[in-house]
Design a protein around this ligand. Structure first.
Ligand code: SF4
Ligand code: SF4
Length: 393
């Protein structure tokens, strides 16, 4: 693989130079010197190529120029992938207190230790009370081994009431005043148009991370445009609309994920994207998507992708919210199921499922013969909930 080769070359260069210099002698043959010089040239040529390809956009009124491809670290386990992304010029890194039970922040902290000032680092706190958010933020700073994050986000808000919640706002304000968060914002997976409009109304938040992809509705697209006009940086998460697990072999040789990412990147109201990047291959594919336009064939691929995942992929439109007489948290549970089935991250699905109260889980669905909730996108809610309960409980 091309990137792996680049890394191997660099490792070789490093070890060759270190041993030669530490022994007090320089390279012992003309040919070997020439080989090393060639490697240097190739390495710097590659760096130059990457720099030419990368696109930076302004992160709203923060004034920061972020790489359009950011690094979604939620399910990454190999720190070398992040290291390589930073070498290529990616400068936006997204994590959260809860990812990988806190370990995500720890390994990211180690990777960025010596390049902290070169990137825009965000983390998210899922708590809702003021003190818990402040405590969570302290834990995040410690885990990330840094004095500040560039943006601290309240995690997973889904209503105007959440956005204007005094506890959340005063915790974020305090963190900003103390210099522990340079900017503040939130992430939202559902009811996002309402959330974004409330952010604009508040005149308080700087950045929003929103689930946005080619399956998102027009209402969200327009809210994103309004946010951008209001100076709020909009960062798109989950741009791939599901994951490989939903596709299997049904797309044949077609790769729908580059087309899906391209669709999001082509929206000029999006400041950055944060697809999950878990391998050098993902990194390369996503990186090469920057600067490319949607083509007719991308649209055909996305049409097919939509059909293949139609009855599996929850759009998180939240139309079903509050409709279950047993208070089952349907759209959240659909998302956790997507982690397990779509991303292949069973443990993440289980951990997320545990985070909701038992009374809101799909355990009720097992004995419920007649689901009264209708999905706006024709997903079979009861079947999906029973599947979630059997897989995640
Ligand atoms: S289950 Fe259906 S109605 Fe509910 S959020 Fe998902 S797509 Fe929307
Ligand atoms: S199956 Fe019953 S308990 Fe489950 S979501 Fe539908 S109505 Fe609610």
């Amino acid at each position: 693989m091309k990137v792996k080769k680049e890394i191997d070359r660099r490792e070789f260069m490093k070890s060759g130079l270190v041993s030669a210099l530490s022994g007090g002698v320089f390279l012992d043959s003309f040919n070997r010197t020439r080989t090393i010089n060639n490697l240097f040239e190739k390495d710097s040529r590659k760096k130059e190529e990457d720099e030419n390809k990368i696109e930076y956009r302004k992160l709203g009124s923060t004034g920061y120029n972020a790489s359009l491809l950011g690094f979604g670290a939620m399910i990454t386990t190999d720190p070398a992938v992040l290291e390589r992304a930073l070498d290529m010029g990616v400068n936006y890194v997204d994590t959260a207190r809860g990812y990988q039970r806190g370990n995500n922040e720890i390994w990211i902290g180690k990777v960025i230790k010596n390049r902290r000032k070169d990137l825009f680092l965000t983390t998210k706190e899922g708590a809702r009370s003021k003190q818990s958010i402040l405590d969570g933020a302290e834990e995040s700073l410690k885990a990330l081994d840094t004095d500040y994050v560039d943006a601290l986000l309240a995690h997973g808000l889904s209503s105007r009431r959440d956005v204007l919640n005094e506890d959340i706002m005063s915790a974020l304000e305090k963190l900003k005043k103390e210099g522990k968060a340079r900017f503040v914002g939130m992430s939202t997976h559902s009811n996002s148009a309402e959330v974004i409009d409330a952010m604009i109304e508040s005149k308080f938040y700087d950045l929003v991370t929103v689930k946005y992809n080619f399956r998102s509705d027009d209402g969200l697209k327009k809210a994103i445009e309004r946010a951008n006009k209001a100076g709020i940086a909009v960062v798109a998460m989950k741009p791939m609309a599901g994951g490989q697990g939903y596709v299997g072999s049904k797309m044949g040789n077609l790769n729908p994920f580059q087309s899906a990412l391209k669709w999001v990147m082509n929206d000029k109201n999006i400041a950055a994207t944060i697809p999950s990047i878990t391998s050098f291959q993902h990194l390369n594919e996503n990186f090469n998507t920057m600067g490319t336009d949607m083509s007719w064939s991308d649209r055909k691929i996305l049409d097919k992708f939509a059909k293949v995942t139609d009855k599996l992929y929850c759009r998180m439109c939240d139309v079903c919210s509050g409709r279950c007489p047993e208070n089952v948290k349907i759209s959240d549970i659909m998302r956790f199921l997507m982690y397990a089935e779509g991303y292949g991250e069973l443990q993440l699905g289980k951990d997320s499922y545990k985070s909701i109260s038992f009374h809101e889980t799909a355990s009720k669905c097992i004995d419920c013969d007649d689901c009264v909730v209708r999905c706006a996108n024709k997903l079979n809610i009861r079947e999906r909930m029973v599947r979630a309960e059997s897989l995640l409980a």
